[in-house]
Design a protein around this ligand. Structure first.
Ligand SMILES: *Cc1c(COP(=O)(O)O)cnc(C)c1O
Length: 404
């Protein structure tokens, strides 16, 4: 079991007040908070061995390079990638997806088909639309059900030999639905399509095994799993990473350069042009260490307790409706109060020190499906408590009274 009281001591920000009230941070789906163990690594980097990597012969540069590559190995081990060079460090999920979409422009032909899910974040929709515009490929959408799950029968009927790529998130950031990615990948294999999974919302809650999943690409951001912003990863199977052209040109991604012909560096450097977020990469490794020390099984069990408790307490409020009621879901609750705009609820909660997200959560198609302007989203992490759920419930009740 988790010692949540002790865990909270690791997060300095949780001690602060907002609008005169103790902070109740329930916006973990947007970004997680950072433990002192990770903050210390960031301070240590800039205090003691800040240097550019892979280039200098001097000691600081060597130290920074070693720590950066050590972080890559931690990430490789965490996701169980076969090779360290299958882990490309990027600025985050969005860049990872754009990198793959950019690469596929040279592999697709007019009339090829790409399948995305109705539950996607905008960052997993727009790059594919741009890719389709460029190539003449056609975008198909797996529809969602009222519970906020993906319709697998409809998915199967979309698959055909023209399907070249399937893209879906592992967990929906707007609704918390855990998608059946094992099945999605297996079915895509039948028609020879590649699969990219957006794991940005999954990695704070579970530990994916990319080899067991047999997934072609898996992407995530460090800042949703206790790491810093501006860094993330792209896992790609070696065969795919070799097939894709470089994303950006620049330093570090070349083998030789002349004005007649430039040859590219091998993996992973081919996709890592320019000076990367060195400190961020190292801190990403530290965040993975931190979360593994707590244990993903412990995290899942505890967060489920919080989810069940919060769901049943919130549903006691008359006129409150939860969107996303799939059996398989993680600790995200998207809800609205009847006839009250989510923005108004969020604003009042903020006055009480409670941080939630309101709006469309970068997933407008889902809001269109439900015919709502947006939702209030409370997303819980392993450092949240039942007391904080109680504060949320009391806050929502108070907001309802003031607004109706
Ligand atoms: C947060 C999130 C993204 C975007 O991540 P960035 O760090 O902003 O690039 C993409 N997909 C999902 C499901 C997310 O939750």
């Amino acid at each position: 079991m988790l010692d949540v009281k002790k865990i909270r001591e690791d997060f300095p920000i949780l001690k602060r007040e907002v609008n005169g009230k103790p902070l109740v941070y329930l916006d973990n789906g947007a970004t997680s908070q950072t433990p002192q163990q990770v903050i210390d690594v960031i301070v240590d980097y800039y205090s003691n061995y800040n240097a550019n990597i892979h280039r200098g012969v001097h000691s600081l540069s060597q130290e920074a390079t070693d720590k950066y590559e050590e972080a890559r190995l931690k990430i490789q081990k965490h996701f169980n990638a076969k090779e360290a060079y299958e882990i490309i460090l990027t600025s985050g999920t969005t860049e990872s997806i754009n990198l793959v979409a950019h690469g596929f422009a040279s592999l697709l032909e007019k009339g090829d088909e790409i399948i995305v899910s109705a539950l996607e974040h905008h960052s997993n929709i727009v790059p594919w639309q741009m890719l389709c515009e460029k190539t003449g490929a056609i975008l198909k959408v797996i529809p969602m059900t009222l519970e906020g799950a993906l319709d697998m029968d409809a998915y199967n009927s979309l698959l055909n030999p023209k399907t070249k790529l399937v893209f879906t998130n592992h967990i929906s950031n707007a609704l918390g639905t855990i998608n059946p990615i094992d099945y999605i990948i297996k079915q895509a294999r039948q028609v020879g399509a590649a699969v990219l999974i957006d794991g940005a919302q999954a990695c704070p809650h579970l530990k994916p095994d990319v080899q067991a999943l047999d997934v072609d690409f898996y992407v995530t951001s460090a800042h949703k799993m206790c790491g810093p912003t501006g860094v993330g990863m792209l896992y790609g199977k070696q065969e795919w990473l070799e097939k894709l052209p470089p994303y950006q040109g620049g330093g570090e991604m070349i083998a030789t350069v002349s004005f007649e012909k430039t040859t590219y560096a091998g993996l992973p450097h081919k996709f890592e042009a320019g000076t990367p977020n060195i400190c961020g990469g190292i801190a990403f490794g530290a965040a993975i260490d931190y979360m593994n020390a707590i244990g993903f099984d412990n995290i899942a069990t505890y967060e489920h307790e919080l989810l069940d408790y919060a769901t049943s307490e919130l549903l006691k409020i008359e006129g409150l409706k939860i969107f996303g009621t799939s059996k398989d879901k993680t600790s995200v609750i998207s809800f609205n109060l009847e006839d009250i705009h989510p923005y108004d609820v969020g604003t009042l909660l903020d006055k009480m020190g409670i941080a939630v997200r309101t709006g469309h959560h970068c997933a407008q198609p889902i809001m269109t499906f439900y015919n709502i302007p947006g939702t209030v989203r409370a997303s819980f992490a392993f450092y949240n408590t039942k007391n904080e759920v109680d504060a949320l419930v009391a806050g929502v009740k108070k907001a309802k009274m003031m607004l109706s």
